[in-house]
Design a protein around this ligand. Structure first.
Ligand SMILES: Nc1ncnc2c1ncn2[C@@H]1O[C@H](COP(=O)(O)OP(=O)(O)OP(=O)(O)O)[C@@H](O)[C@H]1O
Ligand SMILES: [Mg+2]
Length: 508
């Protein structure tokens, strides 16, 4: 097996890097793909088997089946190749270990949470495969891989075959210990065949590596494999609580339903199994979660949190008090104080900046109900289906030294618009902390003109940034042509006198 290491296969395309392991019919190597420039797992058929037409067909089937499946929790398949008498499959290399190994190494029952962590992606992948007419037929903990970063995926759809194809019967495929009764009897596999095998995996995780059928009941009479099969067919599975009394009756019921002899009595599909598992394991209520998390905290952290909570409560009390006892707006406000919500907030913020002298008096105009400060329209640069909610990370070069800057304060990041109001289109987005070069302001000083990385001018709402210079030192920039007014904007014209109910969506 080691004589392959360092050699090249398939016209120098694959360099064999190391030996990974061996299964029933193949050896697995890590190879370097010169063309793709990445590591792959190469499943090399044993030389004696490569000459066997039946086994070769099995490999071909694995190739065909895998190529039809693409799911984040299914090991990606890259094709089947032949080099002389060597036949091998190429698949995504998983840097991690099998669940079987993890169960063995843990040597204790898994917590319910950990069981769910593994079962969620596995059920999702199985459901996807079943929906596509593919039954794995060899689900076992050795065929579930856990990547170092935590990704869980199913490998070896090697003996899986298309569920829709019922003309051939491959009795006895699958691994003893996991094979469902119908599989042992040579009946066509069903999605429930995988659910049965997954029941055995669940059993292993919940008991710390025990399996329901080991052949020990019949071992004196026959070959071990036959003994195991006979147990699958004839003996009810022993309760997993026999090995781990801490398993809840609800979890036990889920495991035993997976192991029903009749496929019809098992869960109809992998998602229903997952649902049952989620219900059985249950999530602690929020208050329980909080109690548990708080209980786990270090006393010093706990003291800090209690202190912070007390301060927060005091602040809230102060705020409520100031709202209740603040002077009410009067009808005698001078007209110039009738600014919009946005303008008020901007002023409140900008007046804190050194050197900023407001010519306006703080307005006592009641705030309009819940006018959003930024319209949640997506940036036009990112109009694909998977447009992130948050503006993308900035690649903006740092502004030149000494230039006025605006640092993004909004936790959600900000959108840059083509003009100084939310009536203009979004042309870019920047995350919290991004530093923008400011080149001017609008007349009301509530919007700032900034320079985008492509040299384009954009506008950002002033409240959401921290300006490095007093706003009135900035150059006044005339806004671009007014976009077509929406019905709400038509009430505002150049000669319109601002009213107390106007909002920042108005075009200056
Ligand atoms: N894509 C992969 N990436 C990394 N390691 C893998 C990959 N596929 C399999 N392995 C590892 O290679 C070894 C052999 O795997 P293989 O699938 O041949 O054996 P098995 O699953 O134990 O038995 P079977 O032949 O019944 O599937 C195992 O240790 C497995 O974890
Ligand atoms: Mg395998």
């Amino acid at each position: 097996m080691y004589d392959l290491i360092g050699t090249y296969l398939a016209n120098n395309r694959y360099r064999v890097v190391s030996f990974i392991g061996e299964g029933g019919m193949a050896q697995v190597y890590k190879v370097w793909d010169e063309q793709r420039a990445c590591y792959l797992a190469m499943k090399m058929m044993r030389s004696d088997l490569a000459m066997d037409r039946v086994v070769l067909r099995r490999f071909h089937r694995e190739a065909e089946t895998l190529s039809r499946l693409q799911h984040p929790s299914i090991v990606r398949f890259y094709g089947m190749e032949q080099d002389g008498e060597r036949v091998f499959l190429l698949m995504e290399y998983i840097d991690g270990i099998s669940l079987a190994k993890e169960i063995f190494q843990t040597a204790a029952p898994f917590s319910e949470e950990r069981i769910l962590t593994y079962l969620r992606p596995v059920c999702s992948a199985l459901h996807y495969a079943h929906q596509n007419g593919v039954v794995h037929c060899d689900i076992k903990s050795a065929n579930i891989m856990i990547e170092r970063q935590g990704r869980v995926c199913i490998t070896d759809f090697g003996i899986a075959r298309l569920a829709e194809s019922t003309t051939t019967t491959l009795a006895g495929l699958g691994t003893p210990g996991y094979a469902a009764p119908e599989q042992i009897m040579g009946k066509p596999p069903l999605p429930q065949t995988d659910i049965y095998a997954l029941g055995v995996v669940l059993y292993e995780m919940a008991t710390g590596g025990e399996r329901p059928f080991t052949g020990e009941e019949y071992k004196d009479e026959m070959l071990l494999i036959n003994a195991v099969n006979r147990e699958h067919l004839n003996i009810p599975p022993p309760s997993p609580r026999k090995y781990n009394p801490r398993i809840s009756p609800a979890l036990e019921a889920v495991i035993l339903r997976c192991l029903e002899k009749s496929p019809r009595k098992r869960y109809p599909d992998a998602l229903m199994l997952l649902q049952a598992l989620e219900n059985a394991i249950g999530k602690p209520s929020n208050s329980e979660q909080l109690t548990t998390s708080v209980a786990r905290l270090h006393p010093a952290v706990l003291r800090f949190l209690i202190g912070a909570l007390a301060v927060a409560l005091l602040l809230i009390a102060f705020l409520i008090g100031s709202i209740l006892f603040s002077p009410k707006p009067t009808a005698t406000q001078p007209p110039h104080l009738k600014y919009t919500y946005a303008a008020q907030t901007v002023e409140a913020r900008f007046t804190k900046l050194p050197g900023w002298e407001s010519t306006r008096q703080p307005s006592l105009t009641p705030l309009p109900p819940t006018q959003p400060m930024m319209q949640p329209s997506p940036p036009i640069a990112n109009t694909t289906a998977d447009t992130p909610e948050k503006p993308p990370a900035s690649t903006l070069p740092l502004p030149p030294a000494g230039a006025p800057t605006a640092k993004v304060l909004a936790a959600q990041g900000i959108y840059i618009r083509s003009g100084p109001s939310t009536a203009y289109e979004v042309i870019a987005g920047y995350p919290q902390g991004a530093l923008l070069q400011v080149i001017g302001r609008n007349q009301k000083s509530d919007w700032l003109a900034v320079l985008l990385e492509n040299g384009q001018e954009g506008w950002v709402f002033g409240e959401n940034v921290d300006l490095s210079v007093p706003v009135d030192t900035l150059k006044l920039i005339l806004p671009p042509p007014t976009p077509t007014p929406t019905p709400t904007e038509t009430i505002r014209t150049a000669t319109h006198t601002p009213t107390a109910t106007q909002t920042e969506t108005e075009i200056p």
